[in-house]
Design a protein around this ligand. Sequence first.
Ligand code: UDP
Length: 242
Amino acid sequence: MHTKIKPIYKRVLLKISGESLQGKKDFGIDSTFLNRIIKEIKILISFGIQIAIVVGGGNLFRGSCFSDLGINRIFADNIGMLSTIINGLAIHGFMSKFSINSYLMSSFCIPSICEVYNREKAIKLISNNSLVIFTGGIGNPLFTTDSAACLRAIETDSEIVLKATNVNGVYSDDPKKNSNAIFYDSIRYKDVINNKLKIMDSCSLILARDYNLPIRVFNINKHMSIYKAALGIKEGTLIYHR
Ligand code: UDP
């Protein structure tokens, strides 16, 4: 059945938010969710699509929670970045469960559990159809894992960032608060930035725009949405240049 499928992308970077990993739980990692998405990823790998993953940490800790802790934002962001490594370890473990050859890299040096990020090694691994999981964000506070996704995608020559979230795509306004919010099938970077549409932080959008990296935002909770997004089948919103 799969032999007729001709993928339009050879290499994609999948950004999985921490919130998505939470699945139906209030906190942490939902194994039912991971089992489901890894099955989709396995099909894509069988088509020869090369996949790297950047994972967020919002299910465990966000730097913006710093005021709750009463500590400096920089400490809080470091906690946030470490939480992405915990998520990466969980994804890596599930990949192993499904016999997918995966490597865990981090912007931080924690040699007993993962490799430190190395662009050349990552490209070699991805080119050999191993799945590489990038964790630790960009390794600096005051950024987000969306910036890390765009950065690592550009560094490793991915053709697109597939931003998996809990929303269907980009809207003119928050659809939960405004029932007249317009959904966009596609939208230019500059319109997202100029209209301050809250889908990603402006740093990551500007990086993607400057390096002409398209981003597809889609709802990971929809059945086979990663599969469709990676195959270029209409799913969510495409953010593009012109
Ligand atoms: N973070 C950071 N620098 C980075 C990436 C992440 O400081 O390059 C911190 C930041 O505190 C952020 C947290 O890690 O709130 C978790 O990442 P993010 O919020 O992007 O995760 P997601 O929303 O994708 O789950």
